[in-house]
Write a protein that binds this ligand. Structure first.
Ligand SMILES: NC(=O)c1ccc[n+]([C@@H]2O[C@H](COP(=O)([O-])OP(=O)(O)OC[C@H]3O[C@@H](n4cnc5c(N)ncnc54)[C@H](O)[C@@H]3O)[C@@H](O)[C@H]2O)c1
Length: 482
């Protein structure tokens, strides 16, 4: 590892190369043929599009990408990111991570990712709609948006609103496609979405941490003990993923969010920050500056390096790198963002004994619930409707029995209306989504953990995650025949 002696930043491999280095570390422990190894490593295709939109009296040209990493399963799946620094290397790295993420949580998709070089905050809503529709048109006419080929979702800088525009654009271009709604996930509930998708990635981060803390041996490896209750957490990025993770961990697990890092600086309070109040402040004023009741620091980096039990980077890639990794104090890092730790920094942390819960697992809640949404759209039936009917029938039998018992016991026991309602309720969509997500996060952790603890040559969860997912992708290719 190079050291920084003259104050200049250490140059590191690109995001794509960093993902490749992590991939290489795993395949070195596998018995894959060199040809298959290369097939799984490379990105199948990346489409670059430049399109013009007349806005504010002149034509503006935008550059966008859609990368398809692996089509061992179709459709391929992955978000669309809106940010100024989107580039081919980044979308290819993110598409590769999607391949391995989908394999790890067993959603039947290949990996893809897209991005548009744009600062979404620089445009009005109606302008963003025109830009998004044009981008969607460019991708859809090449089947890079298509329910059976390529299904995007939200990522940094995009959300439900953009997904609704994309779905509508696709529908207009494919008026006879009865499955058109399944061309994109992360749509609003009233435009073909599914309950629980908005918060799914943050919810998945919470479920991942809960599962980690169910294993005292793993918790001890991170130099911690006990449960999530009272753990001191620092979060970088209070956007979709960071906000929901922080909010749930604080309100449902009793964790203390002692630091929040945003674009314009950071907030710190050992007593724990009110996440909802901070989020409301950011919405109103566009940043964390001047938030009352907390120490404000202009230097977000200093808070990232502060002492805490759990660090949750939930913003950008490469934020923990060779320039700052020696100062990172957290013993447990959960990668809510994609690629927040560079390959070099990862090596340093591993040697130091820091436990990293890797991105491909930690933020897989989004794609898991996207899968439920896609299935819901294709089945054309509200998720949970059939199950609810069955549940209701089953519960009705119980209630009938209880009513008989009620009559038999007379004054000795009376069934309250509340009790009866509870039994009759059955499961609704949100409950099904949550339990499906929880089950997925638990199962995927078990599969990584088993590899981590059972093989001498596997020293960390990241390599374990890669071993599980590459093994599954390889099995698909072998079964399919190349
Ligand atoms: N949205 C999803 O469902 C989803 C799913 C899987 C992975 N991810 C990953 O999670 C990460 C965040 O995505 P998101 O959807 O929450 O994006 P988002 O745009 O909703 O939020 C990103 C947040 O990070 C903040 N931010 C930007 N630059 C920053 C900086 N330099 N320092 C501190 N904060 C900064 C932004 O102000 C914003 O609050 C990305 O890596 C993304 O790929 C998102």
């Amino acid at each position: 590892m190079t050291s920084m002696t003259d104050g200049t930043a250490i140059r590191e491999p690109s995001f794509r190369d960093s993902v490749n280095l992590m991939f290489n570390r795993a395949v070195a422990l596998m018995d894959l043929s060199p040809g298959l190894e290369e097939k799984i490593r490379v990105c199948n295709a990346t489409y670059t599009v430049r399109f013009g939109v007349r806005l504010r009296g002149q034509i503006h040209t935008f550059t966008g990408y859609r990368s398809v990493h692996s089509e061992h399963m179709e459709p391929v799946k992955g978000g669309i990111r809106y940010a100024m620094n989107v580039n081919q290397d980044e979308v290819e790295a993110l598409a590769a991570l999607m391949t391995f993420k989908c394999a790890l949580v067993e959603t039947p998709f290949g990996g893809s990712k897209g991005g548009l070089c744009i600062d979404p905050r620089a445009w009005e809503e109606h302008e963003l709609e025109r830009i998004t529709r044009r981008f969607a048109y460019e991708l859809a006419k090449r089947d890079l948006i298509n329910p059976s080929q390529n299904v995007p979702a939200p990522d940094m800088g995009t959300g439900e609103r953009e997904m609704a525009w994309i779905a509508d654009q696709y529908r207009r271009m494919n008026t006879t496609d009865i499955n058109a709604n399944a061309c994109v996930t992360g749509k609003p509930l009233h435009a073909g979405g599914i309950a629980g998708r908005v918060e799914a990635t943050g919810r998945g981060v919470q479920y991942a941490l809960r599962e980690f803390f169910r294993h005292p041996k793993d918790v001890a490896e991170a130099g911690l003990s006990g449960k999530l209750d009272g753990k001191r957490i620092i979060v970088q990025g209070l956007g979709n993923v960071g906000y929901h993770a922080a909010s749930f961990l604080r309100s449902e697990d009793g964790a203390k969010i002692i630091g929040i890092i945003e674009r314009d600086g950071a907030l710190y309070d050992e007593r724990g920050l009110d996440v909802e109040a901070v989020a409301a402040w950011i919405k109103k004023y566009g940043g964390v500056s001047d938030f009352p009741d907390a120490t404000h620091s202009k230097d977000g980096a200093a808070v990232l390096e502060s002492d805490c039990d759990i660090l949750i980077p939930a913003a950008l890639e490469g934020v923990i790198n060779l320039n700052n990794v020696t100062r990172i104090k957290a013993n447990l890092i959960i990668e809510a963002a994609n690629g927040p730790i560079t390959a070099g920094a990862d090596e340093y942390l591993r040697e130091k004994g820091v436990i990293v819960i890797p991105d491909m697992y930690a933020n897989a809640g989004g794609v898991t619930v996207s899968y439920f949404e896609w299935v819901k759209n294709l089945s054309h039936i509200r998720f949970g409707r059939m199950q609810r009917r069955q549940e209701e029938a089953r519960h009705q039998l119980v209630v009938d029995e209880l009513e008989r018992l009620d009559k038999y016991l007379g004054d000795a026991w009376t069934m309250t209306p509340d009790f009866k309602t509870k039994y009759l309720r059955g499961a609704d969509e949100l409950e099904l989504v949550r339990s499906g997500l929880d089950d997925t996060m638990r199962t995927a952790y078990q599969s990584m953990r088993e590899v981590w603890h059972s093989r001498e040559d596997v020293t960390d969860l990241r390599v374990a995650a890669y071993l599980v997912s590459i093994g599954r992708v390889a099995a698909s290719y072998r079964a399919m025949g190349l």
